[in-house]
Design a protein around this ligand. Sequence first.
Ligand code: BES
Ligand code: ZN
Length: 597
Amino acid sequence: MAARDVHSYSEPGRVRVRHVDLDLDVRFDRRILEGTATLVFERIDRAADSLVLDTRGLDIAATEAPVDGGNWRAVEFSLGAADPILGAPLRIALPADADRVRVRYATRPGASGLQWLSPPQTAGRKHPFLFSQSQAIHARSWIPIQDTPQVRLTYGATIRTPSELVAVMGAAGNPTSGRGGMYRFSMPQRIPAYLLAIAAGDLAFAPLGHRAGVYAEPALLDRAAHEFADTEKMMEAAERLYGPYRWDRYDVLVLPPSFPFGGMENPRLTFATPTVLAGDRSLVSLIAHELAHSWSGNLVTNATWSDFWLNEGFTTYIERRIDEEVYGPEFAAMEAVLGRQDLEEEIERLDDHDEILHIDLAGRDPDDGATRLPYEKGSLFLRSLEELFGRPRFDEFLRAYFDHFAFQSITTADFVAYLKEHLLSRDSAKAAAVPLETWIEKPGLPEEAPRPRSAALEEAQRIAADWTAAKVPASELPFARWKTQQRLQFLRQLPSPLPLPRMKELDAALGLTATGNNEVAFQWLLMSIRAGYAIADARLEDFLTSIGRRKYIKPLYEELSKTAAGRERALAIYGKARPGYHPIAVDTMDRILDWKG
Ligand code: BES
Ligand code: ZN
């Protein structure tokens, strides 16, 4: 399982960190974390006399090791040159008998893996908020660590916050009541660095069952608990399919709207965008997705970012299996159809080398590999195996796969070897029908890739055609009885750009500019930009300045930037919105908009 990780300076083949203890002050006054990380390691190479850690923008005050009988003494360290993508290697000299080192350090206010929010950027507007986002390689911006998914570690943490705030981590020990400014956590299951997670703010907790719950700012707690009420059912469905949930608790933390992702599968504590709080549970397949990572990703982990599809493709497949169990086959089918549509659009945009599941990311930021491709192509690949070998056989295979590789990090080659041995070799006639190499190493989609179908979406598509041909007036559209996914499909299937009078007609009948569903709002705002529909201008500006989810803001700014006037608007809005965006979103948008400040 030794694959070279081009995104880490650490040399886990020589010395491997097994455990880390964090002792950190959350300093909202200076927007830094400050304290120590104590790393317990194993010398794989007995002669190794240094430990190399990944860092990015950390201020290292000292490094120490216990010498002769446990007294901590300063040991030498050197910080290498900083690479714009990888950060800087921290090399620490190891005394011969030491099995641990302690790094005294502080983060900087611009740390790429942290966002520090001022009170007005929160729902309650009274308290500041901090949250981390470590995937792919941002853990190194808040912890000096071997930041490669090949290294798994347990951890403990003592976190101090202002006394009125609550700290939580992706670990055991999250408080369900009470505050006091001092929190202790421990994580007994071995995880890769990209799953290290922390947040602090004015948080309250609501249980969702005996082993699930939700953390949110008090103003959002009831809405969140209502939205995520099916969480236990999802856990039970996933366990029926893939074996026991191995992380004890599953809680969800609802973040402020600047969270740049939909969700992040931090173990025991999924981080989620508040933009899924639609009121009708229509967007909760996000929870199915992050929960699915408890098997694909967190239990069996990609060994390098070239193997990212092992995380996201498997997870997208499992997400839809959970959807099917909890919400029925039609719901899962709608999600699968929309997913394949997204994939086809993505393939039109991407260069060939970015359409390969086993992607080459050398010299690039691994976040560049996080397109829809590994999600949807990976999921279609697994679905093709399911269709060929039959559901019972394939379910059995996947379940055994998770048991076999539990708590390990594996490469694409490891998966392929396991697949051949445990599925393909048992039925050579069927195996011959699997274009394995084409799926994994070639761009585009194999001709035989599954084409999911959904009667509910076909109805929406038909009605979109009828309305376009003026066979049905907007006032008679069955929008009110449609599911969110049907509404999305209806909008996606309309001509683009839609003539202004038709935009007006739709808006008047369906109230689209005012919709509270963020997926629908996003689709409508894209259409509004394309159509030059000025009535939605204010809504667009409000959307872009209040939400920082990259999936929404990136396409909207890109669409605006297609005309000179639009680009001017984009820059004007971005100027206002930028201070509220997360560093990861700022990085993406600065590049796209060629922002010079
Ligand atoms: N692990 C990802 C988020 C991620 C990927 C963060 C790569 C950084 C780098 C998470 O599980 C995810 O896929 N989130 C999706 C939502 C999901 C429902 C498809 C997202 O944020 O859009
Ligand atoms: Zn995911």
